[in-house]
Design a binder for this molecule. Structure first.
Ligand code: PGA
Ligand code: ZN
Length: 433
């Protein structure tokens, strides 16, 4: 047991140059933990409340001084002095202090950094690596599964204005012996894509998640470029490298239809599902996240019924890491997978509950960063501890993304033979043009 000695928050900057909350917790044995809140651009309607000051004189209204004050004046006094060897009582205390469904009193962005910083301080206090400290919360294991990296190498949607309508075009190196080899393959493909774009006179500029953001005339052109880049880097699309998509469809769903502005096309739900079906036949796609909008339950049911045997149908905005929404999804057979973003739900305890609930119900899960990130590598440890076998944390470019992959490299080296790279059955996904 250690006693919480101090908890202090600050307003700092994220990878987009927007203010965010940082919290530092110190225990009476000298252990220190730090936590940061990431922030989304294509946020789901059902996410926790992100408290911003709305003071137009500071950061165009996006300051977080109120959230910082909530940590320093409300949360800190309530938890300083607590004797802990588990972070869950601290999370519980914050949930009670907040008292709302969506953390709208204190702000999810006040609660999460404290939750993470307490967990990190406790891991230090117990002289454990963070992933080792977290593992028992998911059912302890002696062998650790390294997650397959889902590298977002081409950015569109809200993360790259002027690029594709679909938000994320990811590559997934699957049949590699180690995480480091998979990451190398993904990175070589990333650089091959940069070279191809330059040869075609596109500026090799990157979007919010470090992927290239060329001004393309269609979404399919992005798929063609990915296929070219895989080949150019001497890998085999549909054999050892696959494709994952996050269209982030809630962002282009207006007036009951899906509107792809880049290519001037409009789809009903059924037409968009048929469109994905053609792509899954044509390209080696293994995962589609948010293929449909967050309230299009009927569409999700059909998508999952028709493609769920071949690909992971992942709910991000659909579930917002919320166990109750996942429960609805399970009862409706709306998807076979969930995206996990701790700041969508607020505390680490609630994140773990949702993951364990997914596991109990055979729902696959992928741990995820946000488009607005920071130097915290917490999700890398979470992905290893939870053992879901999948992480997405952007392109292998820009330090706020690369350092999360780097942390997994560090964990893999630390574990040696005990680190096993996740596998993925791809026998249903060899779609090729
Ligand atoms: P966001 O995007 O962090 O901007 O919400 C990431 C995603 O949609 O997966
Ligand atoms: Zn998403």
């Amino acid at each position: 047991m250690a006693k919480i000695q101090s908890v202090v928050a600050l307003e700092v900057l994220d990878s987009r140059g927007n203010p965010t909350v940082y919290a530092k917790t110190v225990l009476d044995d000298g252990s220190v933990g730090k936590g940061y809140c990431p922030s989304g651009a294509s946020t789901g309607k059902y996410e926790d409340f992100e408290l911003r000051d709305q003071d137009p004189k500071r950061y165009n209204g996006s300051g977080v001084l109120k959230a910082v004050e909530n940590v320093n004046k409300i949360i800190a006094p309530a938890i300083i002095g607590l004797e802990i060897d588990d972070f869950r009582p601290v999370d519980q205390k914050m949930i009670e202090l907040d008292g709302t469904q969506n953390k709208s009193k204190l702000g999810g962005n006040a609660v999460l950094p404290v939750s993470i910083s307490v967990a990190e301080a406790l891991a230090k206090s117990k002289k454990l690596e963070l992933f080792q400290f977290l593992a028992p919360y998911f059912g302890a294991s002696n062998e650790f599964i390294m997650p397959l990296p889902h590298l977002n190498i081409l950015n569109g949607g809200k993360h790259a204005v002027g690029s594709t309508d679909f938000q994320e075009f990811m590559i997934v190196p699957v049949k590699f012996p180690t995480f480091s080899e998979a990451l190398r393959a993904g990175t070589e493909i990333y650089h091959a894509l940069g070279k191809i774009l330059l040869e075609r006179n596109y500026q090799p500029l990157v979007g919010d998640e470090g992927g290239f953001a060329p001004s393309l005339f269609s979404n399919e052109q992005a798929m063609e470029l990915l296929m070219m880049a895989i080949k150019e880097a001497n890998y085999l699309a549909g054999e050892n490298v696959f494709i994952a998509l996050d269209p982030a469809a809630s962002e282009f769903f207006y007036k009951d239809v899906y509107q792809l502005h880049r290519e001037n096309r409009t789809f009903t739900t059924d037409e968009l599902i048929d469109f994905y079906k053609v792509w899954v036949e044509k390209y080696p796609i293994i995962l589609i996240e948010d293929g449909l909008a967050e309230d299009d339950w009927r569409g999700w049911q059909r998508l999952n019924a028709e493609l769920g045997a071949q690909i992971d149908t992942v709910g991000d905005d659909l579930y917002t890491t919320n166990k109750t929404r996942l429960q609805t999804g399970i009862s409706q057979k709306a998807s076979n997978a969930i995206l996990i973003k701790p700041n969508q739900i607020g505390t680490l305890s609630e994140t773990i509950e949702t993951i364990n609930f997914a596991k109990q119900n055979d729902i696959r899960f992928m741990i995820s960063h946000r488009s607005g990130e920071n130097e915290d590598t917490f999700i890398a440890d979470l992905a290893v501890a939870a053992g879901g076998g999948k992480i997405k944390t952007g392109a292998p470019c820009r330090s706020e993304r690369a350092m999360k992959y780097n942390r997994i490299l560090e964990i893999e080296a630390m574990l040696g033979a005990k680190a096993k790279l996740a596998t993925r059955d791809t026998s249903q996904n060899s779609g090729m043009i």
